[in-house]
Design a protein around this ligand. Structure first.
Ligand code: FMN
Length: 152
């Protein structure tokens, strides 16, 4: 069974709700999904994860990662661990009212993990809170496809 760790960075809870829905969908598809808020994660969490990681992050401030993800982001940036054994996917939440920094929380994690040697599986999923699409439904649909593509 594939173990998937969903790492959540959120300010007002949307990303956590999205992670809950994704976890349910992944479990239905036969995965073991664990949700971890980023303040409870460290470099070891990423390096030692049994299976792929799923970054689920919103965006705040001027294109910043949410506060609860800042310590992990900073530790990765400063420590520059070798993550070449890590596979990951990205769910990025944002709002197109901020076109200059749209979905930068998820995009920043994506760029950082990739620069540390981790391999992204599939395209990044980006949700615009202005779109009228429910983020949890769209992200769960995406995650089901993402999970299926892990075997490719
Ligand atoms: C103060 C504030 C700043 C924001 N800044 C950005 C931003 O720079 N870029 C972006 O794409 N979205 C931005 N957003 C939108 C949120 O990322 C988006 O609404 C997201 O769905 C919130 O998810 P959360 O509840 O998990 O934090 C901002 C929202 C707020 C309230």
């Amino acid at each position: 069974m594939t173990d998937i760790t969903i790492l959540v960075a959120t300010m007002s809870g949307t990303a956590e709700m999205v992670a809950d829905e994704i976890a349910g969908r992944l479990e239905d598809a036969g995965a073991q999904a664990r949700i971890l808020r980023m303040e409870k994660a460290d470099i070891g969490t990423l390096k030692d994860a049994e299976g792929p990681l799923l970054i689920c992050s919103s965006t705040y401030g001027t294109g910043d990662v949410p506060d609860n993800g800042a310590a992990l982001y900073g530790a990765l940036e400063a420590g520059r661990p070798d993550l070449s054994g890590v596979r990951y996917g990205v769910v990025a939440l944002g709002d197109s009212v901020y076109p200059q920094t749209f979905c930068f929380g998820g995009r920043k994690f994506d760029a950082l993990l990739s620069s540390l040697g981790a391999r992204r599986i599939g395209e990044r999923f980006e949700h615009d809170s202005r779109s009228g699409v429910y983020p949890e439904d769209a992200a769960a649909d995406w995650a089901e496809q993402w999970f299926a593509s892990l075997d490719d």
